[in-house]
Write a protein that binds this ligand. Structure first.
Ligand SMILES: *[C@@H]1O[C@H](CO)[C@@H](O)[C@H](O)[C@H]1NC(C)=O
Ligand SMILES: *[C@@H]1O[C@H](CO)[C@@H](O)[C@H](O)[C@H]1NC(C)=O
Length: 460
């Protein structure tokens, strides 16, 4: 089971050995008793299908503040906006998503250093992402054009495999913006994609049950993919080092920043892995949700035509596409794009008068909160209008979905998706394929369970 497995590693890397003291103190919080002495509630998580689905039933039963057992460790989960508000420290700079990913890859740097070092590192990363977006804007537009041109050439009834095409588009976008012209070569992108798939499918699968360790062939496959990916990143770093490039990419910012070589490698790996998955799935879900509502498509088309006329999108015009932003925000919400985040409680704290002892693992059940009908009217409906409301925007920002400092990969994804949608909507109408039920698979990032098909037709 993907999610649970991934959490095992997370636990092993970060929070073991469990402090029994902490568990006893937090035990005033309502929640599940361990089902098995050694594994706690892990079997229950496996049985529900994903950590997100487990958390949904946990919070239904025990309310917004609930506890359960990850192995022998008591974990606290927060499942309402108010509790998250109380717990989230706006001064924190670390990104829980990045933290989890690093632990899965076994990366240590960036953790051990002082807070000031961490801050500098974070700044380099953020600035790098921003610069990469700006200086590669034309490249991203070109890639979106390429995709739309391909779809335009299809006969009207032809089914388009959305996931496959958007993954390809996202990987091209990420590799070009992160590493530059080295990835103009399609063969390089194909190799990147192959390795990416091998790594990402193991991140999460097979760690929990230790099945990756048990299967030497799978482990070898995973390690080879990781090794090839690292070698590719190192090669680009060597090539770009000391060169002056008028086309600045993410890697250049890392190389110019005061980072050690290992840090450059790890940061570019994180951005390449997470950036691709988040960008691809934001593009997949936004396009898919658009097929379900012709009125949203129409309104988006009107906005794009009004703001851009016949000119291509520019970086300066991004902010003017307000409705497009709402569409993307609503996509992140409806798809529950990153359903779970986790933090380690650094100092003793409390929520609604319950003590949360130091070193407790605190889960942010974002997926639960995003479908909570006390926070969102008709939460299962895809309705970009809800983000007209300032309160809704504030709430969403608080949860970490605004793409600001917390998650630079999300900001990158928002920009690429805006470029893609604004290009797409001017030329094409999008249609669902009848009788297709697209189910969600709640991994680290929520994806369709199976290929999502759509059809397109030319706008006249
Ligand atoms: C955040 O930082 C500000 C200014 O440094 C400080 O006043 C505030 O108490 C901090 N908030 C938390 C929750 O730590
Ligand atoms: C909505 O999406 C845009 C990007 O399209 C992002 O910049 C903005 O912060 C998001 N709004 C909220 C409230 O998260």
């Amino acid at each position: 089971m993907p999610v649970t497995s991934f959490f095992w590693v997370f636990i092993l890397c970060f929070v073991s050995p469990p402090p029994p003291q902490a568990s006893r103190q937090a035990s005033g919080i309502p929640g599940m008793a361990p089902t098995e002495e050694k594994d706690g509630n892990l079997p229950d998580i496996v049985n529900t299908g994903s950590l997100h689905q487990f958390l949904v039933s946990l919070h239904e039963k025990y309310g917004p503040l609930a506890s359960f057992w990850f192995g022998q460790r008591l974990v606290v989960s927060l499942g309402s906006v108010d509790l998250l508000k109380e717990h989230i420290n706006p001064n924190r700079t670390s990104d829980p998503f990045e933290t989890m990913l690093k632990s899965l890859l076994g990366y240590q740097s960036g953790f051990g250093g002082s807070a000031a070092e961490g801050h500098v590192r974070k700044k380099v990363y953020e600035t790098g992402v921003n610069k990469a977006i700006q200086s590669n804007f034309a490249v991203l537009l070109e890639l979106a054009d390429e995709l739309v041109t391909k779809w335009l050439s299809y006969p009207e009834a032809q089914h388009v495999p959305l996931c496959q095409h958007m993954l390809g588009f996202a990987m091209k976008s990420v590799t070009r913006a992160a590493m530059g012209s080295h990835f103009e070569n399609d063969q390089e992108v194909i190799r990147f994609r192959k390795n990416h798939e091998s790594i990402w499918s193991e991140i999460g699968k097979g760690f929990l049950d230790g099945s990756l360790d048990k299967s030497s062939s799978r482990k070898q496959h995973y390690e080879e993919a990781l090794g090839e990916m690292e070698a590719a990143l190192k090669k680009v770093a060597r090539e770009r080092k000391g060169q002056s490039n008028n086309h600045e990419v993410f890697m250049d910012s890392l190389l110019q920043g005061d980072l050690i070589e290992k840090q450059v490698l790890e940061d570019s790996m994180i951005f390449s892995l997470a950036g691709s998955v988040i960008t691809a799935n934001l593009c997949i879900w936004s396009t898919y949700f658009l097929t379900t509502s012709s009125s949203v498509q129409e309104k988006l088309y009107q906005e794009v035509t009004k703001v851009l006329g016949r000119s291509p999108l520019t970086f300066d015009k991004l902010q003017e596409l307000r409705y497009c932003q709402q569409v993307l925000n609503e996509t992140v919400r409806t798809a529950k794009l990153t359903p779970v985040a986790a933090r380690l409680q650094e100092l003793e704290g409390s929520v609604i008068h319950h003590i949360i002892p130091k070193e407790t693992l605190v889960i942010y059940a974002l997926g639960v909160v995003l479908q909570d009908d006390t926070s969102w009217h008709m939460p299962y409906r895809f309705d970009p209008e809800r983000f007209n409301d300032e309160a809704a925007r504030k709430q969403f920002t608080l949860l970490g979905f605004s793409g600001s400092q917390e998650c630079p990969e999300l900001r990158f994804a928002y920009t690429v998706a805006t470029i893609m949608l604004s290009t797409l909507i001017r030329k094409l109408s999008l249609h669902p394929v009848a009788d297709q039920l697209v189910e969600m698979k709640y991994d680290l990032v929520t994806t369709p369970k199976e290929e999502a098909w759509i059809t397109v037709s030319k706008r006249n």
